[in-house]
Ligand binder design. Structure first.
Ligand SMILES: [Zn+2]
Length: 411
């Protein structure tokens, strides 16, 4: 049996979603939290996009300095040679990529409108892959967009071409979220068996099954002797009805009846960070966590009806599959109800020093304090919401990176 890894795509699929967005500072904080949690890889954004450049390069710098320790920082672009060249022009130090092209007839006909045939799609992918390897990519995931509406034989050919030309993994995209668990399980088994190439599962939630189909796909892959990589997002944010929720899939891999006691999660994941991560994502995206959200919703461990409350009080296992502590809940949270000093966009040195003293951070001299204060002012301007303690600490400890992250120039 092989392993299962998690690749979080919040900073790509999550942020490209209609009407929801993240500041570059918040994207960076998510990368730090994902690293801290022990997630394998973060799809950090679009290296071909000018306004992502400085954020991506600053995050690559943070990895070089060891602030981001183990997380693979990966950029997404189209599987066309021009995009790969632009990627390395904008972000010369990027080492991990996922390159994407549509593979289904319906998309090839509907999107390319006669400009590209199946053969052209294959050629473009292979050419892009070769350019990526030449320009220094260490790993390249090769994405088949709309794989779930593509014939299995074609996917096998596509994955084999990726394997033979230096690709690292094949990403099976259920772009429209149309797969069910049995269909994806059988399809992935066929692809894994034929290619013996590591498989990524990228599943959407249009039928409410993103977590289930990701799990079933991963099961198919590992049964056939290849590693599986599940794509996730924080709180399930993503195009339309969203993607496979990170906390849900971690819980499913640990506690679902088919997986409990034989967990294949390769990453050394600290599930206890879930509560904090989910709450930060909710705060940063400005989207409340639904009351019934898996693991982190207000009702995830609440019992009221007579039979349930009685049963849970006698033995929590009567009505709870796992404990609140498993996802980092259970600690009381302090709420300041009296006088409070904050710092931000219009803050001055006195209040700023007071806030940082409370965080245990002291500055050598006024010059250093003034520089960080200025960054705090700009960070607050940038995020347009009160800065969190973790953000304040990050700003003080990484002033150069923060300066770069916030530098966005349309010219
Ligand atoms: Zn997607």
């Amino acid at each position: 049996m092989k392993n299962i890894y998690l690749i979080d795509v919040t900073n790509r699929d999550g942020v490209q979603t209609s009407r929801i967005m993240l500041s570059k500072l918040a994207k960076t904080m998510l990368n730090l939290y994902l690293d801290d949690m022990g997630i394998y890889q973060s799809e950090i954004g679009f290296p071909t996009l000018k306004h992502e450049m400085n954020y991506i390069n600053a995050n690559l710098d943070l990895a070089k300095k060891g602030v981001i320790k183990n997380l693979h920082l990966e950029g997404w672009c189209r599987a066309v040679p021009e995009d790969i060249e632009k990627t390395f022009k904008n972000c010369p130090d990027i080492k991990h990529l996922n390159i994407s092209i549509s593979t289904s007839d319906i998309m090839i006909e509907g999107k390319f409108q006669g400009r590209k045939t199946w053969k052209d799609v294959m050629n473009s992918m292979v050419e892009a892959l070769k350019v990526a390897k030449e320009l220094g990519a260490e790993t390249v995931g090769v994405n088949a967009e709309d794989a779930s509406r593509t014939e299995t034989e074609k996917l096998i050919d596509f994955a084999m071409a990726a394997k033979e030309n230096g690709g690292t993994r094949f990403r099976y995209c259920d772009t429209l979220g149309g797969d069910d668990s049995i269909t994806i399980y059988e399809k992935i088994k066929k692809i894994a068996e034929a290619t013996q190439f590591p498989l990524e599962l990228h599943c959407h939630n249009d039928l409410g099954m993103a977590v289930a189909v990701s799990l079933a796909g991963a099961q198919g892959a590992i049964e056939c002797g290849v590693d599986a990589y599940i794509n996730t997002t924080l709180n399930g944010y993503g195009e339309r009805a969203g993607n496979c929720d990170l906390v849900s899939i971690m819980l499913a891999l640990k506690f679902s009846h088919g997986f409990e006691d034989k967990v294949h999660l390769a990453d050394k994941i600290d599930l206890k960070k879930s509560w904090k991560m989910a709450r930060y994502a909710s705060y940063a995206f400005d989207i409340p966590i639904p009351i019934k959200q898996v693991g982190v919703g207000a009702n995830a461990f609440a019992h009221e009806s007579g039979i349930h409350a009685d049963g849970a009080l006698k033995d929590r296992r009567n009505y709870e599959l796992y404990d609140p502590e498993d996802v980092g809940r259970g600690e009381p949270e302090l709420l300041q109800t009296g006088r409070v000093i904050t710092t931000g966009e219009y803050g001055g040195l006195k209040g700023f020093r007071h806030v940082y003293d409370d965080l245990g951070i002291h500055f050598h001299d006024d010059k250093e304090a003034r520089r960080v204060l200025e960054l705090v002012q700009y960070s607050n301007l940038h995020t347009q919401k009160p800065l969190t303690d973790d953000e304040l600490v990050f700003i003080a400890e990484n002033p150069d990176a923060v300066t770069k992250i916030m530098t966005v120039s349309p010219i």
